[in-house]
Design a binder for this molecule. Structure first.
Ligand code: ADP
Ligand code: MG
Length: 577
C-alpha cells in the first residue's frame, strides 16, 4: 500500500519531479513530455535507445536511463502504458541522427502506443525500430513464445541495447544484439501477495494465506496455477525447472543470473532463495558468469520474485560488462579507463514543438451538431465516472484493474480539450479523441482514442447535414480503425463485440430512419447484447488473453465501457440543446 502521496491524480507527476531533481547529474525531463532523457543524449551518430511503459515497476524503466544504458524512458501512469503521443515526443527527442530503438515489455497497450510513435517517426524520415521483451516463459507456451510478456529479463535486453548504442554501433547492429539478448533470456516468477495502486485501500488481487501463485504477471495478471506455499529450496526447483525446460537454441553453458524481488520480498529472502538456485544450476552443468540479486522490475509492493537466466556468448558478455551509470544501476567495466564523461546539461536538442496536426485545423464555427458532439463527450465523461470503480474491478478479474481509471481520465481530458471550443462535430470529436488518447494510455486509450478520432474525421465538415446515415458511416470507420490497430475479430472478447453489432444495427436503422436520435436508440440493444455475450467468451486479445479459460464467466471490460459510451452518446443526441 502507498502511504506517502498527496492527491493520487498527481502521483506520477510528483514522482517524476522528485526523481529528476535528485538525479539531475544523470538525466533531465524531456521538455513537454512525460519522460526523461540521459544528459549525454541525444548524441550525434549514436542510436537513441528508448524504453518505457507504465510506472510502478521501478527501477524499470526510468531508473535505467543514463550513460551506457537507456537513452530515454517514456513514463506512463501506474501500470498503464504511456500514450503514443508521449512515446513519439520522447523518441523524437532521443534521436541523435542515427535512429531510435524502442524496447519494452510485450503488453498490448505498449505495443499499440509505441507502435504509433514508431510509425510517426518513420513518416518523418527517422529510422525507428522496436524490440519487444518476451522473457516470461510461464505466460504462454513455447509454440507461442512471441506472445509472452516481458518481465525482469528486460534488464538484460536494455543493458545490451544501451551498451551497443553507447559504443557507436549502427541501428541495425543495436537492433540485432537487442533481439539476440531477448531470444536468449528466460524468466519465471511466483507471488505470495498482491499490490495496491497508490490512493487505493484494497490490493488489486490477493493470494490466499499459505498459498502461492506460480507465473503471476507483474500487473497482477493471474498465474498459471495456485499451489501450497513451499520452502525456498522447493521454490528454487520450480523456477530453475521452468527455465531449464526452455534452453534457447544454440546456447552455450554460461549464464548470467538475475534474482529479482517484486517489491515486497526482502533481499535477505532472495539470498536464501539463491542458496538453493546456485547448486541446481551447477548440477545442470551451467556455469554462472555473474549473478545479481535485488530489485530490477518491481510491481509496486507485490510480494514475490522471479528468476532470470541469460545464456551468454562473447558478444553478449562484452555488452553485459560494459560501463553504465544510471540512478538504479551502476557498473564499472573494462572500458572505464577510456570513458569520457560527457558534461551534463547538453543543449536540449530536438524538443518537439509540433502538436498533433489534426487539432491544428482552423476551427470553423460549428452548429447544433458540434454542440451535440460536445454534449456526447460530456455525457460519456459522467457515465464513465459513475462506473469507474466497477470497471476497475471487472478489469482486475483477468487484467490489471486500470480500465475504469483510464477511461474516466480519457473522457475528462477529452472534455477539457473541447471546453470553450465552438467548432463543428468533426473537429470536436477529433480534438476530444486526441486528448483522450494522450491522457488515457493503455490498450483502451489507444483504441478508444483512435475510435473517436476516426468518427470525427469521417463526419462531414458541414454541421447541417449530419443525420443517422452520416453517423453510421462514421461509426463504421471507427470500428475499422480499432480493428486495424488492435487486430481483434468478433468473438475475441473485446470492445469489438459491442461495437461491431452496434455499427451494423445503426446502419440498418439509419436506412429506415434518418433521425439520428431514433436510429441510435434502435441500435443500442445490439451493443448491450454483444456485451452480454462476451461473458461466455474466452479472451484472445490484450492482457486477459493469457488466462485462457480463466477469462470466461464475466463480461469484457472494454465492451462494457464502450456500451456505456454509446448509451451516453445516444442520450446526448436525443436531447435538444
Ligand atoms: P490494458 O490492457 O492496457 O490495461 P485497458 O484495461 O484499459 O487496457 O483495456 C482493456 C480492454 O481493451 C479490454 O477489455 C478489451 O475490450 C480492449 N482491448 C484490449 N486489446 C484489444 C485489441 N487488440 N482490440 C480491441 N480491443 C482490445
Ligand atoms: Mg487494464
Amino acid at each position: 500500500m502507498t502511504r506517502m502521496l498527496n492527491e493520487a491524480t498527481a502521483f506520477r507527476e510528483e514522482m517524476i519531479d522528485g526523481y529528476v531533481t535528485a538525479y539531475s547529474r544523470l538525466l533531465r525531463r524531456v521538455p513537454g513530455a512525460s519522460g526523461v532523457i540521459a544528459n549525454d543524449a541525444p548524441a550525434p551518430g549514436k542510436v537513441g535507445v528508448v524504453v518505457g511503459g507504465g510506472s510502478g515497476h521501478y527501477p524499470a524503466f526510468y531508473g535505467l536511463v543514463g550513460e551506457g544504458m537507456a537513452s530515454a524512458a517514456v513514463i506512463g501512469d501506474v501500470f498503464t502504458s504511456p500514450s503514443g503521443e508521449q512515446a513519439y515526443r520522447v523518441g523524437k527527442t532521443a534521436n541523435g541522427g542515427a535512429g531510435v530503438l524502442f524496447t519494452f515489455g510485450n503488453y498490448s497497450g505498449d505495443v499499440m502506443n509505441f507502435g504509433m510513435a514508431e510509425t510517426r517517426l518513420r513518416a518523418e524520415g527517422i529510422d525507428a525500430r522496436t524490440v519487444l521483451v518476451t522473457d516470461d516463459v510461464l505466460s504462454a507456451p513455447p509454440a507461442e513464445a512471441d506472445r509472452r510478456r516481458g518481465i525482469a529479463g528486460g534488464f538484460y535486453v536494455f543493458k545490451s541495447a544501451g551498451a551497443s548504442a553507447a559504443r557507436g554501433d549502427d541501428l541495425a547492429t543495436v537492433e540485432e544484439l537487442t533481439r539476440r539478448t531477448n531470444a536468449r533470456v528466460r524468466s519465471a516468477g511466483i507471488a505470495f501477495g498482491g499490490c495496491t495502486i497508490p490512493g487505493q485501500s484494497e490490493p488489486l488481487f490477493t493470494v490466499e494465506p499459505g498459498r502461492m501463485e506460480v507465473g503471476l504477471g507483474i500487473h497482477g495478471e493471474p498465474g498459471v496455477r495456485v499451489q501450497e506455499r513451499v520452502p525456498a529450496r522447493e521454490i528454487a526447483h520450480i523456477l530453475v525447472d521452468a527455465l531449464l525446460a526452455e534452453i534457447p537454441a544454440g546456447a552455450g553453458g554460461e549464464v548470467a543470473v538475475l534474482v529479482n524481488g517484486l517489491g515486497g520480498a526482502k533481499y535477505e529472502e532472495l539470498f536464501v532463495l539463491y542458496s538453493g538456485i546456485a547448486p541446481l544450476l551447477d548440477v545442470a552443468g551451467l556455469h554462472v558468469y555473474e549473478a545479481q540479486i535485488g530489485e530490477f522490475v518491481t510491481s509496486l509492493d507485490m510480494n514475490g520474485c522471479s528468476l532470470t537466466l541469460l545464456w551468454l556468448d562473447d558478444e553478449l558478455k562484452r555488452l553485459h560488462d560494459a560501463t553504465a551509470e544510471t540512478p538504479a544501476y551502476t557498473r564499472i567495466g573494462p572500458d572505464v579507463a577510456h570513458a569520457h564523461r560527457a558534461a551534463a546539461g547538453v543543449a536540449s536538442a530536438g524538443a518537439v514543438t509540433s502538436a498533433t496536426s489534426e487539432t491544428e485545423e482552423i476551427a470553423v464555427v460549428g452548429g447544433a451538431a458540434g454542440a451535440a458532439a460536445r454534449a456526447a463527450l460530456a455525457r460519456a465523461m459522467a457515465a464513465l465516472a459513475a462506473i469507474e470503480d466497477d470497471l476497475g474491478r471487472l478489469d482486475a478479474k483477468a487484467g490489471d484493474g486500470d480500465h475504469g481509471a483510464g477511461m474516466a481520465r480519457g473522457f475528462r481530458a477529452a472534455n477539457a480539450a473541447v471546453t470553450d471550443f465552438t467548432g463543428n462535430a468533426r473537429q470536436s470529436f477529433v480534438r476530444g479523441g486526441a486528448a483522450f488518447q494522450d491522457a488515457a494510455g493503455g490498450a483502451s486509450g489507444a483504441l478508444v482514442g483512435a475510435f473517436l478520432i476516426a468518427v470525427g474525421s469521417s463526419l462531414p465538415a458541414d454541421d447541417t447535414e449530419i443525420d443517422a446515415s452520416a453517423y453510421a458511416r462514421a461509426v463504421g470507420a471507427g470500428l475499422a480503425t480499432i480493428q486495424q490497430l488492435g487486430g481483434a475479430q468478433a468473438g475475441d472478447k473485446t470492445m469489438i463485440d459491442a461495437l461491431a453489432p452496434f455499427a451494423a444495427a445503426l446502419e440498418v436503422a439509419a436506412e429506415r430512419n434518418p433521425d439520428l436520435a431514433a436510429a441510435w436508440r434502435q441500435a443500442l440493444p445490439a451493443a448491450e447484447a454483444g456485451t452480454r455475450a462476451t461473458s461466455e467468451m474466452v479472451s484472445k486479445r490484450g492482457r486477459a488473453s493469457r488466462l485462457g479459460e480463466r477469462s470466461r464467466g464475466f463480461p469484457d471490460p472494454g465492451a462494457t465501457s464502450l456500451t456505456a459510451v454509446l448509451t451516453a452518446f445516444g442520450e446526448a443526441f436525443g436531447t435538444e440543446e
